[in-house]
Design a binder for this molecule. Structure first.
Ligand SMILES: [Zn+2]
Length: 437
């Protein structure tokens, strides 16, 4: 029997699907992503796309759907996550799980991060299936659980337990797509690399004692203060990595010396300086401290947590001697690294990059695509590490300025323009045909 699907416009279809996704509360923790996965499965199956649910625990399912390739062409994964972060309704001007359409925008938790892209991915693959699209390589859709917390229910688990479901040559994920105007020209950012998060703890040792007689003790908190100041003041030597070089070549027309990059970028536009500054060197931000639990007890131990972000390719073992040199030898401490995450990159000269560039120049004449290494990290690193997938973060946002989007993500009144959702569907349909054939 021929399946009959009512086709309105893709714009209406993606708006409706996003509204329904937002109305399913997938706040993580606890997640409860299965309800979202089932909604997407029902929608995709009704459009003739083959679906499979994969769940480590029943309430936290991941959905993988695909249009099978007819030959041995390259495969492409449209990756997204269905969980969202907490929303406090008291901070919002609409209920955060309403999915309401207002003034051309859809409001609700996850509209930008990232149920909007989930919906656009789903509508792209569903509409291609309706068109009878028969790619040479597999076109795969994955809406995964547990990206925001990362407790091992989502893509990490899929890569380990069901590698065949998510192994592809190319992948598109969240991470960039922002439209920037710098020095009179227009650029769209595409994330091709991510810094590594490599947090560590400095455990400063002293000797406890009664706080009424400080002279008989050795206060670990006071000694820690010296180390905090040193690590916070530290500015490692800047260096240029391939993504920053490519960015500078496009926006400045040349690659300045590493030491003058921030200044040159600022002269073009303050945003350009903000973008490149954290990408020139590792960063060290002391963020938490614990010492005595009682006011009248001088602490024998003080722990400083440092949020450290390394450049792709740098590793804690190589950075540690540098950190120890900065901390100095006059305070007794231990340095303990937590498990690092991320810090991967994909090549820039790929058919996926060509597709990004072509889309940008066609959809906005005169605009250029520029690669960027993002200071944070996404699930893309699991794919790069497990399968060597070329993974980029790119979902074009033409209507909403990046500074507005940045304020709304993980915050109140998150919303996405329907124009950007529609642009996203156009992009995804185009990139599938460009990559999978
Ligand atoms: Zn996200």
């Amino acid at each position: 029997m021929l399946r009959r699907v009512t086709v309105t416009s893709l714009r209406a279809e993606v708006s409706d699907l996003l509204g329904r996704l937002i109305r399913i509360d997938t706040t993580n923790p606890p997640g409860n992503e299965t309800a979202a996965a089932e909604l997407l499965r029902d929608y995709l199956e009704a459009n003739g796309v083959e679906c499979e649910l994969y769940a480590r625990v029943p309430e936290r399912a991941n959905l993988v759907a695909r249009i099978r390739g007819t030959g041995a062409g390259p495969s492409l994964l449209l990756l997204s996550h269905t969980d969202v972060v907490l929303a406090d309704p008291r901070e919002w001007s609409v209920p955060p799980f309403s999915g309401e359409l207002r003034d051309g925008e859809i409001w609700g938790r996850g509209a930008l991060d990232m149920k909007g892209q989930v919906a656009a991915n789903a509508v792209a693959i569903a509409s291609l299936a309706r068109d009878g699209y028969a790619p040479a390589g597999d076109l795969v859709f994955a809406a995964t659980a547990d990206e925001e917390v990362g407790d091992g229910f989502g893509l990490q688990w899929l890569c380990e337990a069901h590698p065949d479901a998510v192994r592809t040559d190319y992948a598109l994920n969240e991470g960039a797509g922002d439209r920037l105007e710098l020095g009179g020209a227009v650029y769209y950012l595409c994330s091709t690399a991510e810094k590594m998060t490599a947090p560590f703890t400095i455990r400063v040792h002293g000797r406890s004692g009664h706080a009424s007689m400080p002279g008989i003790a050795d206060n670990a908190l006071v000694k820690a203060a010296r180390l905090i100041e040193r690590i916070a003041a530290y500015r490692p030597e800047p260096q240029l990595q391939q993504e920053v070089e490519a960015f500078l070549r496009t926006v400045l027309g040349e690659i300045p010396h590493a030491a003058s990059v921030v200044e040159r970028a600022r002269a073009l536009h303050p945003t350009a300086a903000e973008l490149v500054e954290p990408l020139l060197a590792p960063t060290f931000a002391p963020t938490m401290i614990t010492a005595s639990q009682k006011r009248n007890v001088i602490p024998a131990l003080c722990e400083i947590s440092v949020d450290c972000r390394l450049l792709p390719g740098q590793h804690p073992q190589r950075i540690e001697p540098m950190v120890r040199a900065v901390l100095g030898g006059d305070v007794d401490y231990d340095l303990v690294w937590d498990e690092p995450q991320g810090g991967t990159r994909s090549a820039l000269d790929t058919p996926l990059w060509d597709a990004v560039e072509m889309f940008v120049s066609e959809s906005e004449p005169g605009a250029h695509a520029v690669p960027i290494c993002t200071a944070g990290f996404t699930d893309s690193h699991w794919l790069r590490e497990a399968f060597g997938t070329v993974a980029y973060g790119f979902f074009p946002a033409r209507s909403m300025p990046p500074e507005v989007a940045a304020q709304l993500i993980h915050s109140a009144d998150e919303r996405v323009p329907v124009d950007d959702l529609e642009l996203g569907v156009v992009w995804l349909r185009q990139v599938a045909r460009a990559v999978c054939g």
